[in-house]
Design a protein around this ligand. Structure first.
Ligand code: ACO
Length: 367
């Protein structure tokens, strides 16, 4: 029996996946063999179908699937009553975790026939994550649900509900791009947590509950909110270098920087940075964006002095895009979950093709 301990499982192969490929040494990410740069131009519904069913939809099919997702992204009376009873101070990630096991997965409409019927309930559960976030936001911010006009698309509904106004096509496209970028990422902590739950033969909802908990932490998905809070604390771009230098001297982690897998720039950050610049330019978020850029540069300088490299990850510039789209900090990670839930679901089905209880071993060091 080996007594070598690897708490973080760095580099340990714990399974195989055909869903996404993270090539950290060359800074490349692909879903089902397609590069994330090309996928980020596709529609959200098309990428969901690709990730979950490995199916390339036609434009008409993608439109029909988006309409189906939008229609399923509604809560029933019981789910709404539960939400209304919850204390308004709860973080949206806690709310998502609370509702996952009690969500009704009965579809309102049959899943379009070009997708496998066995995905129907799972897709209802996934689509409802957006409905929960919308409803929770509206209850906390406005005291009641925003009435949505008929015919809105899946992502469009989110933006309409957050802003109480019809979003521009440009804004909807931007949200779809951000959601595509964060849909899947191999065996990240959240996905692995979901696999552990699935390995006990627990339900998809239980597995998603586990993934949601892991995603909420600031070393994982919670870094999106933490990075913007950090930039706000720093205050302005000219304070960034001194702040970063003090933080690193005190072993404080810079949120949104660094990644376990990427040795080069995270390809998702490479797409998000110019988007954030474009969306923040000339807005109230310009100063925040300048601060983020200055923090990234200061981090690279500091690490460069030690002969090391560090790069922004997905979380660093994402918040600036979300803010410009009218999505405030407490909702960042829950919107991440609204996208990643499709990846988690794909992993749940993939895992169950060849399941095995995940039960590692500990070295006993007690009395
Ligand atoms: N700030 C400061 N130092 C850092 C950072 C950072 N963000 N990231 C890495 N380092 C340093 C560590 O201090 C460590 O230095 P040392 O070797 O001198 O001790 C070295 O780089 C290795 O860092 P680890 O934390 O051991 O590496 P790990 O693989 O565990 O890190 C992680 C990955 C957790 C993402 C880390 O980079 C981090 O904490 N980043 C900030 C949080 C964050 O942005 N998380 C989101 C990741 S993306 C996602 O989950 C969707």
């Amino acid at each position: 029996m080996t007594t070598e301990i690897n708490i973080g499982l760095e580099g340990v192969l714990v399974g195989a996946t055909a869903i996404s490929n993270v090539e950290g040494d060359i800074g490349r990410l692909s879903y089902r063999g397609q590069d994330i740069h090309a996928l980020s131009q596709q529609s959200l519904a098309a990428v969901i179908a690709l990730v979950l069913a490995d199916k390339q939809l036609t434009e008409d099919e993608a439109k029909a699937f988006d309409a189906w997702l939008a229609a399923e992204s509604e809560l029933g009376a019981v789910e709404l009553r539960v939400l209304e009873q919850l204390g308004r101070g709860l973080h949206p990630m806690a709310v998502l975790q609370a509702l996952a096991p009690i969500t009704d997965t009965q579809a309102r409409n049959p899943l379009p026939a070009f997708l496998p019927k066995e995905l129907e309930k799972a897709l209802v559960l996934a689509a409802k994550q957006s409905a929960i976030v919308r409803a929770w936001h509206n209850l906390c911010q406005f005291g009641s649900l925003v009435e949505l006009p008929a015919g809105l698309g899946f992502a469009e509904k989110l933006l309409y509900a957050f802003n109480r106004a019809q979003p521009s096509a440009h804004a909807v496209r931007a949200l779809e791009t951000v959601q595509i970028l964060q849909m899947d990422h191999s065996f990240n902590a959240g996905t692995f947590a979901g696999r552990v739950v699935a390995s006990t033969k627990a339900s998809l909802a239980a597995s998603i509950g586990g993934s949601l908990g892991a995603l909420s932490g600031p070393l994982h998905g919670g870094a999106d909110e933490a990075a913007v809070m950090m930039a706000r604390e720093i205050g302005s771009a000219d304070q960034a270098a001194a702040w970063v230098s003090t933080a690193l001297a005190n072993k404080v982690k810079i949120m949104g920087m660094g990644h376990r897998e990427y040795r080069r720039l995270d390809p998702r950050a490479a797409i998000l940075k110019p988007m954030a610049r474009q969306f923040c330019e000339g807005t109230q978020y310009q100063g925040l964006m300048d601060t983020l850029v200055a923090v990234e540069e200061a981090c690279q300088d500091e690490f460069g002095k030690k002969g090391k490299e560090i790069h922004a990850n997905l979380e660093f510039y994402k918040g600036a895009v979300y803010l410009a789209l009218g999505i405030s900090e407490p909702y960042f990670t829950s919107l991440f979950a609204c996208a990643r839930v499709f990846g988690w679901t794909a992993h749940f089905f993939e895992f169950n093709q060849d399941p095995r209880l995940i039960r590692p071993r500990a070295l006993y060091i007690g009395k």
